[in-house]
Design a protein. Structure first.
Length: 812
C-alpha cells in the first residue's frame, strides 16, 4: 500500500493569506477582459450602423476603466476616491469620445458637450431606444457605449484585483453582453463568434484565475511536483479539447440557428414618439370637408361656450408642398399615461373659463381628435374607449390630441377644458413676440418675403405688424371655395398656389390659402406663427346656442396663431368674409358646354385609419394556430440546436457522475454480504483517491485506515472502525446479515462526508468530478490475475461453509 502524499487535500484555513501575484498575471487578466468586453460592446453595432465611432468610444471606455481599476488597486483607493476619479475621467475625456459633435474641434470640452455628457447619463438610454437605427453620434448617443465600457471594465478590474473570489469578474462581462443585446436591434452582429468568445474566453479566464489562486494559497510546494504538473496539463488539454469541439460544432450548426427566429430587444418594447409624418396633413382635407361633407354632421359637441372654437390640429412645418405637424415642435406629442390629468395644474393662475365638453362622432373619421381650449382631462366612452385611450398622444404646446386607433362614427368622449381670456390689441401692445423655436420654413416662394415687407409697412409695435398682415388679406382678398357658381379657386397651399394667390390682381381663396399665406409672411418677418385647423359654427346665426351643436363640413375653418411673450398663442383670422366674393364670370348659354374650370389636383388620400374591429374570421383563427405552432416548433428547434455546445461542454462531467453512481450501486447491491462489505470499504478508498490520497489496496485494511488517519485526522476513528468491521464480516465465521451490511454502508456514507468536511465548495466539486478513482479501479482490475481472483473467491466460500454452524463475533 502506498500513498501519493503530494496529492493530499488542503484543509480550509481560517484566514486567506495575502495574495502575491507576479506581474504577468494581471496583464493576462486585463488582456482577457479587454477581449471579452469588446465582444460585448459589439452588440451595439447595428444600432449605430456602419459608423465606427461607437466602437472607438466603447474600447476607449474599456481601456480607461481597466486603468482606473489598476490605479485603484495599486494606490489602495477607497470607494469615494475611485468614484471621483471615474467621474473626472468621464467628464474630461468624454467630450472627445462620447460627444464629438458638440465638442470644439471634435475633441475639446464645451458647454454643449458637458451638457450632453451630464444629461446623457440619464436620458441617453431612452434616446437610444426611441431613435430609429442607425442613431448617429450626435445628441449624446455615444454616451451609452462609452459609459457601458467604462463602468463594466472598472467593475471587472476591481473584482479581479481587489476581490479574492475567482468568478466575480464574470458578472460585469455578462452584464455588458446583456446590455448590448437589450439596447441593440433585432439584427444580431456576429452572433456565433461573440458567443464563442464569451463562452470560451470566460471559461478560460475563470479557470486560469482559479488555478492561480490555488497556487497562491498553497502553503507547500506540493502543487509544483511532477504529478501535479501532469494533472494540470491533463486538465488543460481536456478543457481545450472540449472547447474546441464545442466551437467546431457550433460553427457547423450556426447556419441552422435562428433562421426563422425573431429576436426581441428593448426597442421593440419601448414605444417611441409617434411618427407624425406617417399621417397626412389634416389641412389637405380642407376642401374635401367643404365640398363633400358640407351638409354632413361630422360630430356633435355639448357645452361649447359662445364664440369658442373646436381645434383639430396645429401645423408649424412648411416644406413648399403642405403645412404639416412637426415632431420637433415645442412640447411635442407625448404618449398619454393617465388621460384624466393631461395638463396637470397648468393654467390655474390664468384667467379664463372652464368647461366640460362632450363629443359624439358621426361622419368624421381620422386620427386627429377634435378638442377645444386647453384640454386638461379626457374620458373616453363606448366600446372602443380602451383602444382610443391606449393610442392617445397629447401635445400640450398646441393643445391638440391624436390617437393611433383613430376615431369614427359611434365613438364618444368627454373633455375637461380651459379657455384662457383673450386679449385685445390695446393689451397686446405692451408685449413682444415670444422666443419660440419653430421648424425652418422650406421651399417657400420668393413672393412671400416681398409681400410680407410690403404689407407690414412701417408699423412699430408687434401687434400692429401682425394685425396689418391680417387686415390686408381679409379686406383686399376675395373668398371662394371653388363651388359651382363661384369664382374658380384651386385647392391646396403649396408654393405654386401661394404664388398664384399673392401675385394675382385679385386674391381669391378660402381659409386654407389665406391662413397659410399669413403664416408664411409672418415667419418671413421673424414672427412665431402657426396654422390651426378646426371647426366653429356661425355664431352670429346662433343667438342662443343650443346645448348640443352639430358641426358640419361647412363649419371647417383655418386660422393663424401668433405667440406673444407672457400671453401665449393669440388667434388671427385673415380669411375674407364669405360675402366678399369677386364678380363671377359671365354665364354662357345653356346650349354650350360650361367653360372648363382648371381641374384641382387629385383629391388627397383619405386620412390614415386603423382598420375597424371586425368579427374574427375562422381562417384567421386557423392561421393564428399555425403561427403559434410554427413559433413553438421554432423555439424548440433553436433550444435543441443551441444545447449541442452545452452537451459537449457538460456531457463529460455528467458521464463521470453516472459512472461513479453505477459503481457505488453495484458495490452496494451485487454479490454476497461479505462482498458488499468489501465494496463499502472500496468506496471509502475511491473517495480518498478522488481527494488526492491514492491507496493501491495491496496492504491490509487496517494499514489503509492508518494512511487515511494521517491524511484525514478528523476521520481517523471512523476509518479504523470500518476497517475492523469489514475484516470481521469477511474473515469471520458465517455471513453478515442484511441489516449489518446496510448499517455498514450508512457508516461508509458518513465517513465519506467526514473526508470532505474540511474542504471548500469548489474543492468538493473538483473531487466529485475527478477521474482518479476510476483510473485506479481500472489499473487494479488490470493487474489482478484471473486465477488469483478465482482462488480468493473459492477460499472465501470454503470459510463461510465451514463456519456457517458456529458462532460469529460482532462486526467491529
Amino acid at each position: 500500500m502506498s500513498v501519493d502524499a503530494d496529492r493530499r487535500p488542503r484543509r480550509r484555513q481560517g484566514t486567506a493569506p495575502a495574495r502575491k501575484t507576479v506581474p504577468l498575471r494581471p496583464v493576462l487578466e486585463a488582456c482577457a477582459l479587454v477581449l471579452l468586453l469588446i465582444a460585448g460592446v459589439m452588440g451595439l453595432g447595428p444600432t449605430f450602423g456602419s459608423s465606427p465611432r461607437y466602437l472607438i468610444a466603447g474600447i476607449a471606455g474599456i481601456v480607461l476603466g481597466l486603468l482606473l481599476a489598476g490605479a485603484s488597486t495599486l494606490r489602495r483607493w477607497g470607494p469615494w476616491t475611485t468614484a471621483g476619479a471615474t467621474a473626472g475621467t468621464y467628464l474630461v475625456l468624454g467630450s472627445a469620445l462620447a460627444a464629438p459633435v458638440e465638442a470644439a474641434a471634435g475633441v475639446l470640452p464645451t458647454l454643449d458637450s458637458l451638457r450632453v455628457l451630464v444629461s446623457g447619463v440619464v436620458f441617453a438610454w431612452k434616446d437610444l431606444l426611441t431613435v430609429a437605427a442607425p442613431v448617429g453620434s450626435a445628441g449624446g448617443m455615444l454616451v451609452v457605449p462609452f459609459l457601458l465600457g467604462l463602468l463594466s471594465a472598472l467593475a471587472a478590474g476591481l473584482l479581479s484585483w481587489r476581490v479574492r473570489g475567482p468568478y466575480w469578474p464574470a458578472l460585469p462581462v455578462l452584464v455588458l453582453f446583456a446590455a448590448g443585446i437589450a439596447f441593440g436591434t433585432p439584427d444580431a452582429p456576429f452572433p456565433v463568434w461573440r458567443a464563442l468568445i464569451l463562452g470560451g474566453g470566460l471559461l478560460a479566464l475563470l479557470s486560469y484565475r482559479r488555478a492561480a489562486q490555488a497556487r497562491d494559497g498553497s502553503r507547500t510546494a506540493a502543487l509544483d511536483s511532477a504529478p501535479a504538473r501532469a494533472a494540470r496539463l491533463r486538465r488543460t488539454a481536456y478543457g481545450a479539447a472540449v472547447l474546441a469541439g464545442a466551437a467546431a460544432v457550433s460553427l457547423a450548426l450556426s447556419p441552422l440557428l435562428g433562421v426563422d427566429a425573431e429576436r426581441k430587444v428593448l426597442r421593440d418594447v419601448v414605444e417611441p414618439p409617434v411618427e407624425l409624418f406617417d399621417f397626412p396633413s389634416p389641412l389637405t382635407d380642407f376642401r374635401r370637408y367643404v365640398k363633400d361633407n358640407a351638409d354632413s354632421t361630422l360630430f356633435t359637441v355639448e357645452g361649447l361656450p359662445q364664440g369658442q372654437r373646436v381645434r383639430l390640429a396645429v401645423m408649424d412645418a412648411y416644406d413648399g408642398v403642405v403645412y404639416n405637424v412637426s415632431p420637433q415642435a415645442a412640447g411635442g406629442y407625448a404618449r398619454v399615461g393617465d388621460a384624466g390629468t393631461l395638463a396637470g395644474d397648468a393654467g390655474t393662475d390664468a384667467r379664463g373659463t372652464e368647461a366640460t365638453l362632450k363629443f359624439s362622432i358621426e361622419d368624421y373619421a381620422g386620427v386627429w381628435v377634435p378638442g377645444a381650449g386647453e384640454i386638461k382631462a379626457l374620458r373616453t366612452e363606448g366600446e372602443r374607449s380602451r383602444q382610443i385611450a391606449g393610442g392617445l398622444f397629447y401635445d400640450a404646446g398646441s393643445q391638440t390630441l391624436l390617437t393611433t386607433a383613430g376615431v369614427h362614427a359611434g365613438d364618444s368622449y368627454e373633455t375637461g377644458v380651459f379657455f384662457p381670456e383673450e386679449y385685445d390689441d390695446a393689451q397686446l401692445a405692451q408685449y413682444g413676440f415670444a422666443n419660440s423655436v419653430l421648424p425652418r420654413v422650406q421651399e417657400d416662394p420668393p413672393i412671400v418675403a416681398a409681400k410680407a415687407a410690403e404689407y407690414a409697412g412701417e408699423e412699430s409695435t408687434p401687434i400692429e405688424r401682425v394685425r396689418r398682415l391680417q387686415q390686408i388679406l381679409a379686406t383686399e382678398g376675395y373668398f371662394s371655395n371653388g363651388k359651382d357658381g363661384q369664382t374658380p379657386s384651386l385647392p391646396g397651399h403649396g408654393a405654386a398656389r401661394m404664388t398664384g394667390l399673392l401675385d394675382a390682381e385679385q386674391m381669391v381663396g378660402d381659409d386654407e390659402q389665406y391662413a397659410v399665406a399669413m403664416a408664411l409672411m409672418a415667419r418671413k418677418l421673424g414672427i412665431p406663427a402657426r396654422v390651426v385647423m378646426g371647426f366653429y359654427p356661425d355664431w352670429e346665426e346662433l343667438d342662443s346656442p343650443p346645448a348640443k351643436i352639430g358641426i358640419t363640413g361647412d363649419d371647417v375653418h383655418a386660422w393663424v396663431e401668433v405667440e406673444f411673450e407672457r400671453v401665449g398663442w393669440v388667434p388671427f383670422f385673415p380669411t375674407p368674409d364669405e360675402d366678399n366674393e369677386p364678380v363671377p364670370p359671365q354665364q354662357q348659354p345653356k346650349s354650350t358646354p360650361k367653360p372648363q374650370v382648371l381641374q384641382p389636383p387629385p383629391p388627397p388620400q383619405e386620412p390614415a385609419e386603423l382598420p375597424l374591429d371586425a368579427a374574427a374570421d375562422p381562417q384567421d383563427a386557423e392561421q393564428k394556430d399555425e403561427d403559434l405552432w410554427e413559433t413553438v416548433s421554432g423555439v424548440l428547434r433553436i433550444v435543441a440546436l443551441a444545447s449541442v455546445p452545452l452537451v459537449l461542454l457538460f456531457g463529460p462531467l455528467l458521464l463521470i457522475l453516472a459512472l461513479k453512481s453505477r459503481r457505488a450501486r453495484r458495490r452496494r447491491t451485487r454479490g454476497a454480504t461479505p462482498a458488499r462489505l468489501a465494496g463499502g470499504w472500496r468506496e471509502v478508498l475511491s473517495s480518498a483517491a478522488d481527494l488526492g490520497v491514492l491507496i493501491t489496496g495491496r496492504r491490509t485494511r487496517r494499514q489503509d485506515a492508518a494512511v487515511l488517519e494521517e491524511a484525514f485526522p478528523a476521520a481517523a476513528l471512523s476509518a479504523a472502525a470500518l476497517a475492523r468491521r469489514a475484516d470481521a464480516g469477511i474473515f469471520g465465521p458465517g455471513n453478515p446479515s442484511e441489516a449489518e451490511v446496510e448499517g455498514y454502508w450508512q457508516d461508509v456514507d458518513s465517513l465519506r462526508r467526514e473526508l470532505t468536511a474540511g474542504l471548500g465548495f469548489w474543492q468538493r466539486q473538483r473531487a466529485r468530478f475527478s477521474l482518479r478513482s476510476l483510473r485506479l479501479d481500472r489499473s487494479l482490475e488490470g493487474r489482478t490475475p484471473l486465477r488469483t481472483r478465482l482462488r480468493g473467491a473459492a477460499a472465501a466460500a470454503t470459510r463461510r461453509r465451514s463456519g456457517a454452524q458456529g458462532p460469529r463475533g460482532p462486526l467491529g
